[in-house]
Ligand binder design. Structure first.
Ligand code: SAM
Ligand code: SF4
Length: 321
């Protein structure tokens, strides 16, 4: 549906759990609060919202978390989403560590694409960031598995001060044909206590290695990445720098938190408590009304540059990234 600023909102992200098997320092380090299981939406509740969202024009649903693959039944959930009338694409964002176990079943369930998050290709550095060992090898194997199954894969890396020097190592995945996107650190949740790094400085560093890196008009997926290509790389490199380069005028997404709160913008604790409606016997028409009002009133833009205006205090693991 079209919001009050004329944007076509056709992309819904579902955080199906706030739990995770990793502890990325900018997202969900040790000691973060987790919801009680009964406070997290059931798959039936998520599916009901997805069906209603599709009736409002949502065509792409992304399953995220926390780590979506730690929730039992995630594969069946993907299959059920694929059957929702109007939903044309179902994708997933995952840390990749459980794809060896579930990748084949996800492909069979019809998963259209997968984004795998990896912040450094260097094992020691990655361990310091995500709190676990073996992640780089697991992601490498997952990438190969998903590609062999015909599921398109992209790699996402959050830019931290300490990973700036490791960007080239990740960018080399593009030489093997996997688009790599560098995500600017957002001051969300515990991320606000971390130091990010300047995406333009990272790009400049990559240009010293691949001098022919040049902007290309690639559009891969539903995101707002700016892409650069080099003859030496089989896939483009992207930058999702929402903080320093505002993409809000083209934003097409809304998010449903693991506790069922529909969020039209990352920065603000504004939205619709769909869980309260779902659990109080509300009709589809009532829930649709709440969703319509929430989407129509999507804020014009984020306020990362004036953090004092941010009203959101949820963790990214609850929101889904
Ligand atoms: N566990 C899955 C994963 O890591 O891909 C899905 C959930 S995770 C919250 C989704 C994405 O959000 C990941 O790519 C993660 O790196 C990113 N993310 C988490 N906190 C962030 C922050 N403060 N700024 C920017 N991206 C963040
Ligand atoms: Fe887990 Fe993903 Fe957050 Fe890392 S970014 S702690 S993998 S939810």
């Amino acid at each position: 549906m079209i919001d009050r600023f004329g944007r076509d909102i056709n992309y819904l992200r579902l955080s199906i759990t706030d739990r995770c098997n990793l502890r990325c320092k900018y997202c969900m380090p040790d000691g973060c609060d987790m919801a009680r299981h009964e406070d997290i939406l059931s798959y039936e509740e998520f599916l009901r919202v997805a069906r209603l969202a599709a009736a409002l024009g949502v065509e792409h649903v992304r399953v995220t978390g926390g780590e979506p693959l730690v929730r039992r039944g995630a594969v069946e959930f993907v299959r059920a989403l694929k059957a929702v009338p109007g939903v044309k694409k179902v994708s997933m964002t995952t840390n990749g560590t459980l794809l060896a176990k579930y990748g084949e079943a996800l492909a069979a369930a019809g998963l259209d694409s997968v984004n795998i998050s990896l912040d450094a290709a260097d094992e020691d550095l990655e361990r310091r960031i995500c709190g676990s060992g073996g992640v780089v090898d697991a992601v490498r194997a997952s990438l190969e598995l998903m590609r062999s199954l015909g599921v398109p894969v992209k790699l996402n890396a959050v830019l931290l001060e300490e990973t700036a020097g490791a960007a080239a190592g990740l960018a080399r995945f593009a030489a093997g044909g996997v688009p790599v996107r560098f995500i600017e650190l957002m001051p969300m949740g515990v991320g606000r206590f971390e130091r990010g790094c300047d995406p333009d400085a990272v790009l400049a560093g990559l240009k010293r290695i691949w001098p022919d890196l040049h902007p290309v008009d690639a559009r891969i997926g539903s995101g707002p990445a700016r892409y650069y290509a080099s003859d030496a790389l089989a896939a483009p490199i992207g930058f999702i720098d929402a903080v320093s380069h505002r993409f809000c005028s083209g934003c097409n997404r809304v998010r449903l938190t693991s506790r069922g709160f529909l969020k039209p913008c990352l920065c603000y604790d504004e939205g619709a408590d769909l869980r309260a409606l779902l659990r109080s016997g509300a009709s589809d028409a009532d829930i649709l009304d709440a969703m319509r009002i929430c989407i129509f009133n999507k804020p014009r833009q984020h306020c990362f540059d004036t953090p004092q205006d941010m009203t959101e205090s949820r963790l990214m693991s609850q929101i889904g990234g």
